[in-house]
Design a protein around this ligand. Structure first.
Ligand SMILES: Nc1ncnc2c1ncn2[C@@H]1O[C@H](COP(=O)(O)OP(=O)(O)OP(=O)(O)O)[C@@H](O)[C@H]1O
Ligand SMILES: [Mg+2]
Length: 363
């Protein structure tokens, strides 16, 4: 069942399209993240779903009901669209304590005092605010206020929850904790979540589906695994993963891939192009100490220890790349090494359009 259906929605201001012909189906119980760089149209999309912004074009369905249609002149007001929201700028009720802010929705649902106490206490513990229940919003830090806003929203288990960067003000530890709380809430309640973030790690860890946006357009809509392993475009490959994906141009000669003057692997398929761009994530190359037929020569210029692994920065010809090696690996500056691709993790892109090409590659 589809909870939110966007059909060709567009929105622009003074000739610039913030959202451009966006179509998206969000299933019941999905946790879908709108991911993309600043200004790509994430908040505008969420506001159109909520009814706070009118699209110039297109249709929106929520719970199977047409709530907006430019051509049919339908526009259901926000309060009647059946959703909960947390926005980049959220507002708590200043005259109410933290407890009362969070309890508000449950009071409206006419739950018993005991039930309200129990649920508010549990949610406040989830967001690590149990000690602050009797404070007023003005007595809280920005991150604490944001957590109250999240608690107020999840305590009522709405059927559809729209969240715009709800964890943006939190430090790393709290953000991880809140991610886990939101995920648990989602699993327990079967709430449909539309979640906005520009943080690729957040999107990859929390979502059941990711919609990657670029300049108002949808680049890819797929599972986190698919987005990470098979990015539909160079843009998606660049925007996901940390450190960045490496790209390297290769010539195609008689079904073989040639980088510089070295043949490195094979490419299979009909109507092969003359040139392709290969992508490989830092973990998709192994470092060898000796040259073998399908390896690429490289020179080390720096190594960085990052917790569980070592990042080895190398030059492949005049291209910079970064390879993830095992913790404890030791390299000297200017050391010559050889890189062996794990071809199952390599993707092929068109150098002209940047879109992924469906050719198989192998050693
Ligand atoms: N009310 C408005 N008037 C004019 N332009 C707007 C308005 N709201 C948004 N825009 C423009 O539309 C584009 C998309 O904005 P939007 O807020 O949707 O981006 P975003 O993806 O949420 O970015 P961020 O990650 O920075 O929050 C931007 O170029 C922005 O300047
Ligand atoms: Mg935004």
């Amino acid at each position: 069942m589809v909870t939110v259906r966007l059909v060709g929605i567009s929105k622009g201001w003074s000739g610039v399209k913030a959202v451009d012909n966006l179509s998206l189906d969000i299933g019941k119980g999905d946790f879908v993240t709108l991911l993309g760089p600043s200004g790509c149209g994430k908040t505008t999309t969420l506001r159109m779903i909520a009814g706070l912004e009118d699209p110039d074009d297109g249709e929106i369905y929520i719970h199977g009901k047409l709530v907006f249609s430019a051509s049919k002149g339908i526009n259901v007001p926000p309060a009647q669209r059946g959703l909960g929201m947390i926005f980049q700028s959220y507002a708590l009720w200043p005259h109410m304590t933290v407890f009362d802010n969070v309890a508000f929705g449950l009071v409206q649902q006419k739950l018993s005092k005991d039930q309200i106490n129990q649920r508010v206490t549990r949610v406040l513990a989830d967001v690590e605010l149990e000690g602050l229940a009797h404070r007023y919003p003005s007595e809280l830090s920005g991150g604490q206020q944001q957590r109250v806003a999240v608690a107020r929203m999840i305590v009522v288990s709405p059927e559809l929850l729209l969240m715009d960067e709800p964890l943006s003000n939190l430090d790393t530890r709290l953000r991880m904790q809140m991610r886990a709380s939101l995920k648990r809430m989602h699993q327990e309640t079967n709430t449909t979540v539309v979640y906005v973030t520009h943080d690729q790690e957040e999107a990859l860890t929390m979502s059941t589906g990711i919609a990657v946006m670029n300049k108002g357009k949808l680049e890819q809509y797929a599972s986190p695994e698919e987005v990470y392993e098979r990015p539909a475009s160079k843009f998606v490959a660049e925007f996901t993963g940390n450190p960045q994906t490496n790209f390297i141009d290769a010539e195609v000669v008689d079904g073989r891939l040639k980088i510089g003057d070295r043949f490195i692997g094979h490419i299979d398929g009909d109507a092969l192009p003359n040139a392709v761009t290969l992508s490989f994530r830092p973990e998709a190359m192994s470092i060898r100490q000796e040259s073998t037929p399908n390896t690429l020569p490289a020179t080390v210029y720096a190594t960085l220890l990052v917790g569980a692994s070592v990042l080895v920065y190398v030059h492949i010809g005049n291209i910079e790349a970064v390879i993830r090696a095992e913790r404890g690996s030791k390299f000297r500056g200017n050391q010559e090494i050889w890189l062996e691709p794990d071809w199952t993790q390599v993707n092929v892109y068109s150098p002209t359009t940047g879109r992924r090409l469906d050719y198989a590659v192998r050693g």
